[in-house]
Design a protein around this ligand. Sequence first.
Ligand SMILES: *[C@@H]1O[C@H](CO)[C@@H](O)[C@H](O)[C@H]1NC(C)=O
Ligand SMILES: *[C@@H]1O[C@H](CO)[C@@H](O)[C@H](O)[C@H]1NC(C)=O
Length: 250
Amino acid sequence: MEPRSFLCCAVVSLLIFCLRNGHAKIAPDYIHPCNDTSRECLVEATQFAIPEFVKGIPELGVPTLDPFTIDQLSIPLSGLKVTFYKGKVSGFRKCIVDNVVSELEKRYFGLEFHCNLTIKGQYGAVGRILLFPINGEGDAKVKLTNLRMKVDINTKYVKDENGLNHFALRNYKYSFDYGDRVSFDLKNLFKGSQELSDTVLAFLNDNWKSVAEEFGKPIVDYAVDLAIRTIEKFFAVVPYEELVNVPIPE
Ligand SMILES: *[C@@H]1O[C@H](CO)[C@@H](O)[C@H](O)[C@H]1NC(C)=O
Ligand SMILES: *[C@@H]1O[C@H](CO)[C@@H](O)[C@H](O)[C@H]1NC(C)=O
C-alpha cells in the first residue's frame, strides 16, 4: 500500500472507530460488564476482577490494595499505648466473594467476602493488656483466617465533564467478624525477658478473639477506608456504561 493511501485508511478507520465508540474504552480488560444485575453474574464478574483490581491502576491514580502499606497507625486504648508502623497487609487478591448485590434504582451496592490476610510490620506497646504488663517493641506478624466482611455502599450517579455517567459514593457502612482464627507473632513483648514475652504471647493467642476485638478495629477501619477510597477512585475514572450493561435509572 502506498504511504498516502495507508494514511488515508488509518484516518478513516480512526474516524469510524471514534464514531462507533464515542470515546475510547477506559475500563481494564478484566472488567466483564454484566448484562443484568443477577447475583450469579455479579459474583462471577467481581471474583474474576479482584486479583487484578487489587493491583491498582497506577496510570489512573487507583492505588494498590495488595499489598497495601500502613505507614503508621496509633491504636488508642485505655491503659495501653500501641503503635503499628512500616506495615504491609497482603492477601486481598485471594479473597472469596460470597455475595454481590447491585440495586441500580435504589442506588445501593453490597459486597460480602471472606479472606485470609497477613499483616506484617513493627509495633511498639506500653501499658497493660488484660492482666499483663507490656513494654515491648519489635517485629509483628498477624494472620487472619477467613475474616468475613460485608460492605453496604449507597451510591449516586454523576456526570463527568464529557457528559459520561459515573457511579459515585454517598456513604457506606460495614460489618465484619474475625472468622476462624487470628494468630499473633509479636517479638519482644516484654523487653529483656524472653520468658515473659513468650508467656504473654501465648496468652494473647489463647485469647485471640478478645485481643482482636480490643486491637483490631482501627486496623480494619483503616483497611476498609482504603478499599472504599480505591473503589471510589475507580468509579470516578471508569464510566458507568463500562461497568454494567444496564441502562442507568432515571
Ligand atoms: C453480555 O452480552 C454480550 C452480547 O450478547 C456478550 O458478548 C457478553 O458476554 C455478555 N456478558 C456477560 C458477562 O455475560
Ligand atoms: C484460608 O485458609 C484456610 C486454612 O488454611 C483455608 O481452609 C481457607 O479456604 C482459606 N480461605 C480463603 C478465603 O482463602
